[in-house]
Write a protein of this length. Structure first.
Ligand SMILES: NC(=O)c1ccc[n+]([C@@H]2O[C@H](COP(=O)([O-])OP(=O)(O)OC[C@H]3O[C@@H](n4cnc5c(N)ncnc54)[C@H](O)[C@@H]3O)[C@@H](O)[C@H]2O)c1
Length: 350
């Protein structure tokens, strides 16, 4: 039997990952044989979706991660959780102690971290540190999959981005969020080197189309310009149409996280983070795909209103990715952007 913990389990990717795990019903951990999944514990500061809460294999721990793990670390009020999951209480420790795989997805998004430096440090850096320390204390050497981001890369005057980012490109984050993700990657690698756990960091691309309401991610417009017009609503694109972006569908992001959990150490191939494959498109390509899928009235709902601050941030992100390590593990990019939109439509109508 396999137990799994997902931090950020109520979020976009965390809840999706939980559904995929539960539907599969088994997991082959780190190159071993597939075994039945007995428990998926979701840790989040917001309530988990009702379908997951209703599954008898799902456990829920409600609270702020750093506060749950170490009540002194996250400041007053942090760690308040649901009954039975008290701050620093046995709920979290028991869930981690019984878990062979811990997917660490809880994080504040890029825009939030730029707007509130302390939030980013608490939610992204201290939570990660506290989680790794808790895993070390278990002595069980769990597999820890860390959701990193292409935001670890960035262009600066003294260190411009190469035309194509590959497995050897030096990270050079240009945001607090990217910096926190890079520190998380490096901490995970060092805990792995010391034998405290088996860490696998995956650099996810910008995942589109994100369902639901807009979030505070700087990349949020890349989902809004598709999702809102499909709902008959206007959306604003703050960058020029020729801006290149590196994207992945939600399904491909989940494939990458699962690949990290199931690969043997030899196949995973080292302690450094794996950059997942990307579909490179311009924002104009995205609008054209929307027109082909939903007609000219849909892309007419995009307002092209440049925002110099957002455009400057987006310009520091890599658009073209070559991910040989991920490709060797069978991870492939989305075929084209039209199919990404069609997947989103199919899921939103089901
Ligand atoms: N979605 C993307 O485009 C993308 C791209 C690159 C990397 N990532 C990374 O993947 C992970 C999941 O992303 P997502 O899109 O599902 O984000 P999300 O915002 O939808 O979900 C994150 C969840 O974590 C929870 N959370 C945040 N901080 C917490 C804390 N300190 N304690 C407890 N819960 C906390 C939030 O309540 C939320 O439910 C994140 O680490 C994110 O940085 C996402």
């Amino acid at each position: 039997m396999v137990n799994v913990v997902v931090t950020g389990g109520a979020g976009f990717l965390g809840s999706r990952l939980a559904r995929v795990l539960l539907a599969a019903g088994s997991l082959a951990v780190a190159g071993g044989a597939a075994r039945p999944l007995s428990r998926v514990t979701l840790i989040d500061r917001v309530p988990v979706p009702p379908d997951l809460a209703a599954d008898r294999r799902v456990g829920v721990i409600h609270g702020e991660l750093a506060g749950l793990l170490d009540p002194g670390a996250a400041g007053p009020g942090a760690g308040a959780g649901s009954p039975g999951a008290g701050a620093g209480g046995p709920g979290v420790r028991d869930a981690l102690a019984g878990a062979e795989v811990i997917f660490h997805l809880a994080a504040a998004v890029s825009g939030e971290c730029e707007a509130d430096f302390d939030l980013g440090m608490r939610a992204n850096l201290r939570s990660t540190e506290a989680l790794l320390a808790a895993c070390r204390a278990l002595g069980t050497r769990p597999v820890v999959v860390f959701a990193s981001s292409l935001a670890v890369f960035g262009a600066s005057a003294e260190h411009p981005l190469p035309a194509v980012v590959d497995d050897h490109t030096l990270p050079n984050p240009q945001t607090s969020y990217g910096t926190q993700k890079l520190i998380g990657e490096r901490l995970l690698a060092d805990y792995t080197r010391k034998g405290f756990l088996d860490g696998r960091a995956v650099r996810l691309m910008t995942v589109v189309v994100r369902p639901g309401r807009p979030n505070a991610a700087a990349s949020g417009f890349l989902s809004s310009i598709i999702r809102e017009p499909l709902n008959g609503q206007r959306a604003t694109c703050p960058v020029s149409p020729d801006t290149e972006v590196a994207l992945a569908s939600p399904g491909k992001a989940i494939d990458a996280l699962l690949c990290a959990a199931v690969s043997s150490s030899q196949t995973w191939g080292g302690r450094s983070a794996v950059t997942m494959p990307a579909l490179t498109v311009t924002v104009a390509d995205m609008a054209a795909a929307l027109r082909r899928v939903a007609g000219p009235q849909a892309d007419a709902l995009i307002d092209w209103v440049p925002d110099p601050a957002v455009a400057a941030m987006v310009r520091t992100w890599p658009g073209r990715i070559r991910s040989d390590r991920a490709a060797r593990m069978g991870l492939i990019p989305d075929q084209d952007f039209e199919s990404v939109i069609r997947m989103h439509l199919a899921e939103s109508s089901s």
